[in-house]
Ligand binder design. Structure first.
Ligand code: SAM
Ligand code: SF4
Length: 319
């Protein structure tokens, strides 16, 4: 669907839960997180109804996210339901990977062929420190399980000063060796992200250039549905940069978000959206038209530098 600024909206990120089995320091506080009450979370049938309405408007790709989406019971069933909606071409997943060993095959069988796995470090002690409670070996087992089940994996890395900024090159090399391209995402000043300092894409590019020169803009297409700018070497290996803060890719933004409690969010950096619960639960009529109006009026873009977004957390928004 084309919005009022001529952007073609084809992609929805569906958050299936705000809960998570990790507590990454730039994403969630360790304790005292006010989670949504169970009854506020959309049921699979309700999510499917919304995605069906979006598909009628021309949205084609769905990404399941959270919180940690694999914490939601029987996610493969939802993946299957969404994949069967006429018009939906692809359902993918973003995960910290810890629960993939148990679920990868069922997810692949349900039609998920691509996974983004968040991995900010390759050092066990640091992984435990950044995530507060995770084990690196579990995430790596998840990566292996996904690849064994035939899914293509990309690694998401948020480079944060003093956390993992000395591992940029190691992570790129790891991605090359394990056939899982790394994408570096600029830390957004949302929630706890506002209290840390991220590296800009320009800094990341400079670090890789110094250690592994010779890459050129990647001609093999894009890495996913997102705004990553990709580079590769002639003898193999690709990495991507997502300039979430500095690149201002709002002019070509192709996405909307559905939160776990049924808000259609038009822009990650804007708090407002369309509450779909009254349509899904209280018999209010006209959801299709309301969604169409909301998407048509999608905000121009984000203004991270001018806005205070620290009151919201990324696990609630869906990344
Ligand atoms: N739990 C899953 C995971 O970690 O992949 C899915 C949800 S998580 C919110 C989605 C992505 O958002 C992760 O790659 C995470 O690193 C990223 N993220 C979280 N907080 C962020 C922030 N402030 N700025 C940029 N990316 C962030
Ligand atoms: Fe959980 Fe993902 Fe946030 Fe880490 S980034 S706390 S894994 S939702």
């Amino acid at each position: 669907m084309i919005d009022r600024l001529g952007r073609n909206i084809t992609y929805v990120r569906v958050s299936v839960t705000d809960r998570c089995n990790l507590r990454c320091r730039y994403c969630m506080p360790e304790t005292g997180v006010p989670f949504l009450p169970h009854e506020e979370i959309l049921r699979f049938e309700e999510i499917t109804e919304v995605v069906r309405a979006l598909a009628k408007l021309g949205l084609r790709q769905v990404k399941l996210t959270g919180g940690e989406p694999l914490c939601r019971h029987d996610l493969p069933a939802l993946a299957r339901m969404l994949g069967e909606i006429p018009g939906i071409e692809e359902v993918t997943l973003t995960t910290n990977g810890l629960l993939l060993p148990a679920q990868a095959q069922a997810l692949a069988d349900a039609g998920i062929s691509r996974v983004n796995l968040s991995l900010d470090t390759l050092r066990p002690d640091r992984y435990a420190e950044i995530t507060r409670c995770g084990k690196l070996e579990d995430a790596l087992s998840g990566l292996q399980a996904a690849q064994k089940a035939g899914m293509r994996v990309k690694l998401n890395v948020v480079p944060v000063r003093g956390f993992n900024d000395d591992e940029i090159v190691d992570l790129v090399r790891f991605g090359r060796e394990h056939d899982c391209p790394v994408r570096f995402i600029e830390l957004m000043p949302v929630g706890l992200g506002a209290s840390r300092q991220g590296l800009s894409n320009a800094e990341v590019l400079d670090i890789i250039q110094k250690a592994m020169p010779g890459f050129t803009p990647f001609r093999g297409g894009k890495l996913g549905n997102g705004p990553a700018v990709c580079y590769g070497w002639q003898d193999g290996g690709v990495f991507g940069l997502i300039g979430a803060v500095h690149d201002r890719f709002c002019a070509s933004c192709n996405r909307v978000r559905l939160t776990a409690d049924g808000m259609l969010r038009l822009c990650l950096a804007q708090p407002d959206g369309l509450d779909l619960k009254p349509y899904l639960r209280d018999g209010k009529e006209g959801m299709q038209a309301a969604i169409e109006r909301a998407i048509y009026s999608k905000p121009t873009g984000h203004h991270f530098s001018e806005q205070d977004t620290a009151d919201r957390t990324m696990n609630g928004i869906g990344g």
